[in-house]
Design a protein around this ligand. Structure first.
Ligand code: G4P
Length: 379
């Protein structure tokens, strides 16, 4: 890193200092889990010091706009003076609106040299926001918690400067870190507790969401470990004695949550356009127990029968691949014509060194689907 000496500062001290020094605090929330990434104690402290909070709902690309608006109303209901901005730092969307909101506040307070700081839980996108606001790629990474090279201010405009070290709010426990995607769930000893916590928080926001994904009826039951057993049964995750493999089930729940399949909002509302490759996951999921993955015609027939896919409306086509055993399956979903679907699949295979054996086409509801099957070329 060079330059100034690096020293370790407790994260809480950095957060406190940001609140103390700045006129405006950007509280970054993960739009997929806004309530879980708020910190009411900190918000109160900021307000008591008569500083401005701007709630930044980041990763807005992953959440339907209706849900974002609903959440904004909720925050405004609690605190009518607050400002809520939707941002996708990754896609550089919403940063101009954010910048304008900062300017407006400083102007209304008659502040000439404004100072802005950013705080939030790990992994919500604080560094990405600093980068997209400043147009650079050098904010102190959130991953090296507590490392700072001393104060580093960057200019946002002639009259506004931004503290380039984000304030990290410390999660209470390992479960929170797992839910934030800040530590790898594969590595933790007990995936059951966070999995139950995830199910509970989803259930609190939408009482149909769990049923929608796992076909387990939980409407009125309190969410306890037992629900994992029911989900495990549906997924057919059984151990030798016929007992449900609860650890494997818990890990699947966490994975589904982190990868966006388990949501409090409905997938059909979502605009898939911005992250195409990731999202063939929810198509591939239906191939998990399908025995004939080497036959694209079989795959197409099988997928044509899946209700969830029939109902789906994709605004932009999806394209991606997955390895299933030795086989690589390439899927194009929602293209305008079979021809363009086939082209996309073939191009994709070429680019990714996949030797296609065969390609098939079909239709899931109104979505054209083209499936290629092959294997990775040896190098
Ligand atoms: P932090 O400083 O708060 O810890 O978060 P950071 O900016 O490091 O971002 C954490 C992860 O969230 C990164 O993913 C980043 O790409 C992703 N991210 C940030 N903003 C957005 C957004 O608006 N939309 C989406 N979809 N993702 C966002 P990563 O997997 O750790 O890294 P990368 O491989 O994506 O770079």
């Amino acid at each position: 890193m060079g330059g100034k000496k690096i020293k370790r500062v407790p994260t809480k001290k950095i957060v406190d200092k940001i609140v103390e020094d700045c006129d405006v605090v950007l509280l970054v929330l993960d739009a997929r889990n806004p309530e879980g990434t708020r910190n009411k104690r900190l918000e109160k402290m900021i307000r008591e010091r008569d500083k401005k909070i701007i709630y930044v709902l980041n990763k807005a690309d992953l959440v339907p706009i209706d849900m974002l608006k609903e959440y904004r109303e909720r925050i405004k209901g609690e605190n009518p003076d607050s400002t809520v901005v939707f941002v996708s730092a990754k896609h550089k969307k919403g940063t101009r609106i954010l910048r304008d909101a900062i300017k407006r506040h400083l102007h209304s307070r008659g502040i000439e040299e404004g100072k802005v700081g950013i705080v939030g839980y790990p992994n919500v996108g604080k560094s990405s926001i600093i980068n997209s606001l400043t147009g650079r790629r050098s904010a102190t990474s959130g991953l090296v918690a507590g490392l700072t090279k001393g104060e580093q201010w960057v200019r946002l405009t002639k009259n506004i400067k931004l503290l380039d070290t984000p304030g990290i709010i410390e999660p209470k426990d390992e479960e929170e870190l797992v839910m934030l995607g800040a530590i790898r769930y594969e590595k933790i000893k007990d995936p059951v507790t966070p999995a139950v916590k995830i199910l509970r928080s989803i259930h609190a926001l939408n009482r149909d969401a769990i049923k929608r994904l796992y076909k387990v009826d939980v409407r009125d039951a309190p969410i306890e470990e037992d629900i994992l057993r029911k989900i495990g049964e549906k997924l057919n995750y059984l151990e030798k004695g016929g007992e449900v493999d609860i650890i494997r089930t818990a890990k699947t729940v966490i994975k589904d949550y982190l990868e966006g399949r388990l949501n409090y909002y409905s997938l059909e509302l979502k605009d898939y356009g911005q992250e195409r490759e990731d999202n063939i996951d929810f198509i591939v999921k239906h191939l998990q127990d399908f025995p004939f993955v080497e036959d694209p015609h079989g795959i197409v027939k099988h997928l044509e029968g899946v209700e969830e896919l029939k109902r789906l409306k994709v605004k932009r086509p999806l394209l991606g691949s997955r390895e299933i055993g030795d086989i690589v399956v390439v899927i194009s979903f929602g293209e305008k014509s079979y021809d363009s679907g086939r082209k996309k699949v073939e191009e994709y295979a070429r680019r990714n060194n996949i030797d296609l054996y065969d390609v098939a086409k079909g239709k899931c509801g109104r979505n054209r689907i083209v499936v290629g099957v092959g294997e990775g070329k040896r190098r």
